[in-house]
Write a protein that binds this ligand. Structure first.
Ligand SMILES: Cc1cc2nc3c(=O)[nH]c(=O)nc-3n(C[C@H](O)[C@H](O)[C@H](O)COP(=O)(O)OP(=O)(O)OC[C@H]3O[C@@H](n4cnc5c(N)ncnc54)[C@H](O)[C@@H]3O)c2cc1C
Length: 201
């Protein structure tokens, strides 16, 4: 198969490329794992890797109001404070009733999810499409990578922190993913911070 890679950065790999420093390895775009619900796709990727892979059971939590809630959130309702537990169940049942009556509003934020601004700009798209794309909002990501001179500090794969008062929204622990991404007896932490260009971060 012939192919040509066009890459504007010095290294290819995009969000999944790695930074290696002092025996630590971090993913630039936030810690990455291989997963897919599509078995064919998953097997294709795993076969390409041969023996160069590690299988782990994910241990991820959401740090919510000081409680470690099982991830995904809907599987961890029992870990929530009682009033939040009630609220989730209350609105879940209310939505079921609205759905039954055909009154459930369909989410309308799909256009905000797609990072298509670059693509559309380079196409010969109509003026109004280009203008609409220019008005799309998206977040950038800053990753803070920390190598610790300490062995394993916890058993978490990553923690979500949905708290406006906390700068990072997700902290991962790469050395819990693989023993090969930190020197022996050391461990690592990676914090992800989403921001907009005008934000003071
Ligand atoms: C925080 C975070 C965590 C994620 N975790 C996971 C995970 O655990 N597992 C998973 O499967 N996926 C994960 N993803 C998604 C995954 O990162 C993306 O699906 C994947 O990186 C997309 O690959 P890509 O090659 O399409 O784009 P990118 O990785 O964005 O690569 C695009 C490449 O194109 C280059 N480029 C851009 N413009 C130009 C140009 N004009 N000329 C030449 N080159 C150009 C860029 O420099 C870059 O190298 C995560 C994403 C994020 C943001």
């Amino acid at each position: 198969m012939n192919f040509e890679i066009l890459e504007k950065e010095k290294e290819c790999g995009g969000l999944v490329r790695s930074l290696q420093k002092d025996g630590f390895t971090f993913d630039y775009g936030g810690s990455h794992i291989i997963f897919s619900k599509d078995e064919e796709v998953l097997n294709f990727m795993l076969n390409l890797l041969g023996n160069n892979k590690i299988k782990k059971r994910r241990n991820t939590k959401i740090l919510y109001k000081g409680y470690y809630v099982q991830y995904p959130f809907e599987n961890g309702l029992a870990d929530l404070p009682k009033e939040d537990n009630f609220e989730c169940l209350y609105y879940f049942i209310q939505n079921l009733i609205l759905k039954e009556k055909g009154e459930l509003k369909i989410p309308s934020n799909f256009k905000e999810w797609l990072p298509i601004h670059e693509l559309i700009r380079s196409l010969n798209a109509p003026k109004e499409v280009k203008e609409a794309v220019d008005n799309l909002k998206y977040n950038s990501l800053i990753t803070v990578m920390i190598g610790l001179d300490k062995p394993k500090i916890n058993d978490f794969t990553w923690l979500y922190i949905p708290d406006k008062d906390v700068l990072t929204h997700r902290v991962s622990f790469p050395s819990n993913y693989s023993p090969f991404v930190s020197p022996e007896g050391k461990s690592s932490v990676l914090a992800e911070i989403t921001c907009n260009t005008k934000d003071e971060v």
